[in-house]
Design a protein around this ligand. Sequence first.
Ligand code: FRU
Length: 482
Amino acid sequence: MDSQKVNITELTRKISEKGQVVAKTPSRLNYHFMPQIGWMNDPNGFIKYKGEYHLFYQFYPHGTSWGPMHWGHAKSKDLLHWEYLPVALAPSEAYDCDPNIEGYGCFSGSATTQNDDLVLMYTGDVDSKEIPQTQNIAISSDGINFDKVDLNPVIPNFPKEATKDFRDPKLFKVDDTWYSVIGTHNETLGELALYRSKDLLKWDYLGILAQSNGKQGTMWECPNIILSDKNDFLIVSPMEGTVNQKPIYISGKANLKEPSFKQSGQGILDYGNDFYAPQTMDVDGRHILIAWMSQWFSKMPTADDGWSGAMTIPREVTIKNGRLYQTPIKELETIRVDQLREIKNQEVTHLEQDISEASELKFNLQIPENYAGTIELEIADCEDTTQNCKLTVDLKKSEIILDCSNYSVEQREICKAPYEGTGDTIDFDIFLDTNSIEAFINNGETTITNRIYPEAKLKTMKLVCDNQKPFVVNAFSAWKLD
Ligand code: FRU
């Protein structure tokens, strides 16, 4: 343990030294969480501890591509302004470190508190047939320095029903008992294994809690569970073979005693190309979700500036009509620094507005009676409007389309989502940052998240309906965000 601490002190010094240079590069985001330097993927251990939010993340500090996994660490009072802390976990033990192979390390996991301690549960990966992916515990009494316990691996073997993919433990507590759901699969179906513990060190295997219905992927990564009186929800990041899919939620009823999950529905959490491995935190009566704002194998031009990977804005997850909705957390209102425009109950034919590269556009439109056309929001560099991205709601086809192909650095799928609104108004909340767009439609009924790479800074937006007739803007606000 001590040797790991010494390395971490030196590593922290190097990261902050390089981080000062990276912080000045033009590709940095304004209000999204990013690594100081290097590579970041999944959010891990998202928790409130001693009055502050802690966010850990899959981190490789020695390069801008994935490498032996560490857990990066930051804390915040408002979920928006983060203070970087020393690396919490680095590969150091036989169960999470093997320098003779390429892929190993401290893989994804989650956090809980026990008395005054902050406790992490994570997957140790040494990519070997002899040692499977194992589950491990690390404990901190100061919320900064973590000790891997001597009893590791606390779950040394994968369950008999599963195979060697066995990772990403998500801890949750019911009364005085901890549970952990762990992503795995049988021959062809994604599954979640359920474990129980009274002390976080000795774990009993209870059985397979849930399984894919045959159309939900062949392996489930990064599970989450939301328990509620009526419906329970699982959130998983499915893989189909070796291809990562869009994360889904599955509604149903969980039985933790005799593990089973009776499915009643499912939905795609976010229809964008850059949303993966979401992790939820249950805190002060809210479910807050944050996700990796990227996807495996996508091109990341920010690597030229010394960093790769970012998190989405934190979102509040609510349950309505038996399904999940995601809305930007209310704390985001505190970073609105400049109101660029405000409109109320006005009839317009189209709407144009200069915006900042970090902006929020929030508006509600009256859908003209019997309207079967499109509503289109175009975001562009003002010098060259052929450089743009377009969010279109096609009311005839009941479809939402986010086309960022002009702003992409590679050929990517044009994002399409069903338009599920039934009312006579339509609501948008759009968050733009240096190289990202997150669209929330109809109060979080549908979300679409993409990275975009405009050549110039984003500067204009234009809103048009294609029927050439005036339409009523019930409310429109644009803010610069900081
Ligand atoms: C998901 C994932 C996890 C794994 C981690 C490794 O993005 O593949 O299943 O623990 O990333 O970095």
